[in-house]
Ligand binder design. Sequence first.
Ligand code: SF4
Length: 284
Amino acid sequence: MACIEKIYSVSAVIGNGACNGNCAFCAGKYLRPQASDSPLYWKNYASAIKLGARYGGWSLSLTSAGEPTCDPKAVTKALGVYAECAEQGAYMPNVNLFTNGILLGNAAWCDAWLPEWKRLGLTNIAVSVHSVNRWKQGEAYGINKPYPQHMSFIPPEYYGYPEFQTIFANIRKHGIGVRTTLLLRRGEVDGWRSYKASVDRLIAMGSDNITSWPVGLPDGSRSEYTPSRWGLATIRMWLKMNAKLCHGHVWGGGVYDYNGAILRMTDYVTGEIGEKRQWIVGTF
Ligand code: SF4
């Protein structure tokens, strides 16, 4: 059995798996069996946080087999358990909630939940971006309304996805950091040109902390939506030539400074590296 030398982050799959998106490439169904609300699950979750903190972990990531914000009570419970662990010394500097962002466009919804989540220790909300174009983002999530094709422009009521700026403002209003996860997907962001254009647009819209990884299957293998190897290589080359490498990850990828914005590129884990990148909590 391998010894643990370091755990970088703890990821927990929380909530009932409900989702307000309808993505063609949904990988949530693979994680759905890990979703649980049993006492054993929460015990394992607390143990993972404590173990992670003991082995140098700096971040707790909350995700779901669906969309975590669709089960907000589970998010509150997960943060409450974390807050108890933090009080006992298992503090994590970064506590991130990963979301598709759809509900965060609703200011009243944010006013109802975010103050409590912030109080319990949530530091960042990471919004998943499939396209910086609002219509295409709604298309990727399968939530736009079909509009009459003869129209020369798309009226706002047909857009299923909120304005990015509205989402970012609703999060910041409650003192929570905004992050974006720019997903690399074949046909959308799949090479250096589309990556650069997306990153520049996100920065202009107010997101200066952008993490990217290629979409694929949860075990790290490629799917039909994964960009070509060459496309991914051009993104890495562009980063090398246009951004300053702050530090590389032992598992591949790295963190870059791009005109003051932070760009993270994460590759798949491809082999034994002696250190554990993530400790994932689910019911196994
Ligand atoms: S938002 Fe996530 S869980 Fe929901 S349908 Fe899309 S990929 Fe699946």
